[in-house]
Design a protein around this ligand. Sequence first.
Ligand SMILES: [Zn+2]
Length: 375
Amino acid sequence: MNRQVLRGAKVLLNHRFLEKDVAVEDGTIVAIGNDLQGDVTNISGYLVPGFIDEHIHGIFGNDSMRGEEDILGMSERLAMHGVTSFLPTTMTEGVEKTRNAICGIAKAMKEYSGAQVLGVHMEGPFVSPKALGAQNGDCVLAPTMENYKALVGENEAIVRLMTLAPEMEGAEEMTKYLVANGVTVSAGHTAATYEQMEDATFWGLSQGTHLFNCMSPLHHRAPGAVGASLTLPAIAPQVISDGVHLHPAAVKLACIANPNTILITDAMEAADMADGQYHLGGTDVYVVNGAARLKEGNLAGSTLTMDRAVRNVMRFAGISLEEAVSMATERVADSLHLEKKGRIRVGNDADLTLLDDELQVKMTMVSGKTVYHAK
Ligand SMILES: [Zn+2]
């Protein structure tokens, strides 16, 4: 196998940019240094670890509940935005529908041609009827082992992230079981108190799903799930930095309060599409000026892309490119226990994104293969 050497870019290493060669062979980063031997490709700009989107429902007319073809469509499109791996995210839907969606994701994991399909993020159905947002209340289930096994079927091993409401009866046992099986558990669509959230961290819960959205708000005498997600070091809060789901100052607050804060898009099929009428799960969604809402007005996913999320968070929170990139890469990898992703490091997967001086995506590489090149 040929050894490819990427030369000329500023490379994100140890949280700073250094002009180094990066050598890639057999899908892996094999060397970092000066004047490395191999087939040299001259590049320029910023070479960063590929973005990881752990919470995304769709993009460019594709929806993760619709099966394999749509997941493959997402994979291809996401590469254009510098995303090298992602977790297609299921909605709170019926058992049959969820099971089929997970089946589609399992198939796509073997066939993707763009961003790597890492597995499943289940957003529900173990959520609180008090904090549904765009989730279907008719399909909410109690977090029992029986329900879980029915939902995941034979594909349990590909579940990597679970959003649940920790205050539900049975959530403790479910969380402990999932964590013991390598699944990251996130509190979301929840009315939990601060105390319930803290207890859940002792069971192994370690994220907060779309911070501020669909979770018990911060009150100074009752800090709720928001207060817990902002202040507990055990939690990595997810933020949607689109300027619609959160005021820029709320994004800034999260960045200041919790150094684990990570970027997600929560995008749905209207991302990269014109305004109009779309679907999320089985529900109609109306997109006006890029904001996706149900008929009732609830926000229903976003039209954000990860490259834009990175640029936005720099502006919203006044942070550096180095830090913004870490919010979309190493912090996500750490929280999902992806040891070979999220950093440019010898031995890691060659998942790389090249940004130009305006921080637009120029090139995306997944496992050493160039899957996107800007014209
Ligand atoms: Zn979502």
